[in-house]
Write a protein that binds this ligand. Structure first.
Ligand code: ADP
Ligand code: MG
Length: 271
């Protein structure tokens, strides 16, 4: 049987009243500019048990660079897979350039990925038997899109690979391979480039060069980049950072600093 609380324990002022639960939706981004990517209340549950993403909402404006920072297992790769059509969410909405992709079947998602999305992975994922040039132009051949020769030439110059186009990825340093992977991601002029720990396998100086390039393609070429990372220094190169903890957006920082991100990663709000 429930007992009535003594009168003095009832809240008497607004301050005494318990605050309502924090909303799961974090939408403090600039939503006035056209969106390259919108995620609304996206949840991903694996095997009916593990909620790798829990009602994640994000708005990424065209021509902006968002970092999603989080520790191991916080849901970064899952977020990226659901946002890019590599996987489909359990519930929620994902829009890439206005197209709702959460409900697409695998072949439709595959078409979207080929023609409208670029990927950069930690392990580069270049094909070792193809030349650097063939790797860079592979997405164009797969999507059947017409090659924009001038765009490709500018891209190759920008990533500094003009002299090694006929070499194989195995002949390049880690930084060179990641720069080739970035050029490949941009070949189709995608609506969004998704990068999963793009500097995870690189030494700090080489990683910084790759981050400078990512920032450059946003600021100078108007591309949109969403990068997931556990490295606060990498996150600080983005225009904004969402901090992920236990599959939820824990904070949203505009103009993040590495110290701020490191602090949030060390002390997540929701545990
Ligand atoms: N295919 C999968 N099947 C079951 N659980 C998974 C799968 N992929 C990821 N997870 C779980 O989901 C959570 C988030 O994983 P992930 O997105 O890979 O995190 P991060 O990239 O931040 O390290 C983890 O608990 C992980 O074990
Ligand atoms: Mg991961």
């Amino acid at each position: 049987m429930r007992t009535q609380l003594p009168e003095r324990e009832h809240p008497t002022t607004d301050q005494d009243r318990r605050a309502p639960p924090a909303p799961r939706t974090v939408l403090r981004e600039d939503t006035t500019r056209p969106a390259a990517l919108v995620m609304h209340e996206v949840t991903k549950v694996y095997d009916g048990a593990v909620a790798a993403l829990d009602r994640v909402s994000l708005h990424v404006s065209r021509g902006s660079f968002l970092a999603v920072a989080g520790g191991a297992g916080s849901g970064k790769s899952t977020l990226l897979h659901c946002a890019s059509g590599l996987d489909s969410p359990t519930s929620g909405e994902v829009r890439v350039g206005g197209t709702e992709i959460a409900g697409l079947d695998e072949s439709q998602r595959s078409m979207l990925r080929r023609g409208r999305i670029g990927f950069v992975f930690e392990a580069y994922n270049l094909l070792p038997s193809l030349t650097v040039e063939e790797n860079i132009t592979l997405p164009l051949r797969l999507s059947g899109g017409a090659a924009d020769r001038r765009w490709l030439r500018d891209l190759v110059e920008r990533v500094g690979l003009g002299r090694v186009l006929q070499q194989r990825p195995g002949d390049l340093s880690g930084g060179g391979r990641q720069r080739a992977a970035l050029a490949r991601a941009l070949a189709v002029r995608p609506e969004v480039v998704f990068a999963d720990e793009p500097t995870g396998a690189l030494d700090p100086d080489t990683g910084a060069e790759v981050l400078d390039l990512l920032r450059e393609v946003v600021d100078e070429l108007g591309q949109t980049v969403v990068m997931v990372t556990r490295d606060p220094n990498a996150a600080a190169r983005a225009h904004a950072a969402a901090v992920l903890a236990d599959g939820r957006v824990d904070r949203y920082c505009s103009r993040p600093s590495s110290g701020e991100i490191a602090g949030h990663l060390a002390r997540p709000r929701r545990r």
